[in-house]
Design a protein around this ligand. Structure first.
Ligand SMILES: Cc1ncc(C[n+]2csc(CCOP(=O)(O)OP(=O)(O)O)c2C)c(N)n1
Length: 370
């Protein structure tokens, strides 16, 4: 295992002092260490991984230094475009150090959404002609190698991080002043919905909690599309679903996900009909992967959604408010509810025991039945 602070200190020693990225569970100790020790102007928690690559590119052009971009391998897809059409040696030829958490590494048990991505991670870098090294205990030599490589070749290089590579770094418990937990908010939402309503829920603990609430209540899962991967696309999946059926579709999103592909919200009001309903659970953090902050509390989301064309945007921070506002959204078009919650989830939170394909098939049958 690598001592996380010593790894960070070595990056700084090599003048690799600008960080941008999206947090990842495998990198949560490193992300916490970067956050603790770096000025906010030099650690940008980006909306998505493509933005992080572009930030790092801009930083290089003006400073001459090499940026460090951290991401989960799920984020490679978001990064491919700026890696190939901005940083690539056949375009602007911009060096940067990519640090990529390897979820779904072959032979290591992981969730379904990580299996394919894990299998093709190294191949994807090979295809992009980006050299990649699997990070190990000789990290100083590896960082030296990457540094010299960037200097000589003026192009990105990647360090791939296996599960359990970094030692624990004391993660400061993230905190906000709200009082209800996400799981309580979700329980209340489910209480307020009707039997023939459908849900599309976002990546991370939101979907895991919905799954467990249904199990606890001995209810079926066939009304819930638990978006296990594809972070940031929940609202577009829900929008598509609302076009394919006249049933009510409730999108339950997270602030990190909302911010990741916020562009979708410029389209939603131009397309959505009465059956598309948007609920955002805003805890100001990427809670599912370690609680790194988002800008969820810096944005006036109500104003933003209204300006984009939503007709009503309710905000709630208590169970009573959720119960009051959710039913009001039922028969009107372009309705949204933003729920502010505290951080935290149960230690024993499980994961869906049905596969994504089973989940989809059951839901398709339910749509057909009606
Ligand atoms: C493209 C991509 N980047 C990063 C991740 C890792 N990841 C999974 S859940 C999550 C945080 C989601 O934050 P938010 O939507 O605010 O929900 P919360 O966890 O706070 O409930 C992240 C970063 C991912 N799955 N996909």
């Amino acid at each position: 295992m690598i001592n996380t602070k010593e790894f960070y200190d070595y990056l700084i020693e090599k003048n690799l002092d600008f960080f941008a990225g999206v947090p990842d569970s495998l990198l949560k100790n490193l992300c916490a260490c970067i956050k603790d020790n770096t000025d906010d102007s030099h650690n940008i928690i980006a909306a998505n991984e493509g933005n992080a690559v572009a930030l790092s590119a801009g930083y290089h052009v003006s400073s001459g230094k090499y940026g460090v971009v951290y991401m989960q391998n799920s984020g490679i897809g978001n990064a491919v475009n700026p890696l190939l059409s901005l940083a690539d040696e056949e375009v602007y030829s911009i060096p940067m150090l990519l640090i990529v958490g390897w979820r779904g590494e072959p032979g290591v048990k992981d969730e379904p959404q990580h299996i394919k991505q894990g299998k093709v991670t190294i191949e994807l870098f090979n295809t992009m002609n980006i050299e990649s090294l699997v990070l190990n205990e000789n990290y100083k030599e590896q960082i030296d190698y990457c540094y010299n490589y960037m200097k000589q070749n003026s192009k990105p290089i990647a360090l791939i991080v296996r599960k359990g590579t970094f030692e624990d770094y004391e993660i400061k418990k993230p905190y906000n002043n709200y009082t209800i937990k996400r799981e309580e908010a979700l329980e209340t939402i489910l209480d307020c919905l009707q039997k023939d309503d459908f849900i599309v829920s976002t990546t991370g603990k939101t979907s895991r909690e919905i799954f467990e609430i249904r199990e606890r209540r001995q209810e079926s899962h066939d009304s819930d599309f638990l978006t296990v991967g594809s972070m940031g696309h929940t609202s577009s999946i829900a929008l598509g679903m609302s076009i394919g059926s006249n049933k009510n579709i409730y999108c339950i999103d997270g602030d990190g996900s909302f911010i990741m592909h916020m562009g979708a919200f410029s389209i939603i009001p131009t397309v959505a009909q009465k059956n598309f309903k948007y609920i955002l659970i805003n805890n100001g953090a990427h809670e599912s992967v370690g609680g790194q902050p988002t800008v969820g509390f810096n944005i006036d989301i109500k104003k933003l959604l209204l300006s984009l064309g939503f007709n009503d945007v309710y905000t709630a921070s208590t169970i009573e408010e959720i119960k009051e506002y959710l039913p009001k959204m039922r028969d009107k078009k372009l309705q949204a509810l933003v729920i502010y919650t505290k951080l935290g989830s149960r230690d024993d939170l499980g994961r869906p025991t049905i596969s994504p394909v089973q989940n989809k098939k059951a839901m398709m049958d339910k749509f057909k039945d009606r």
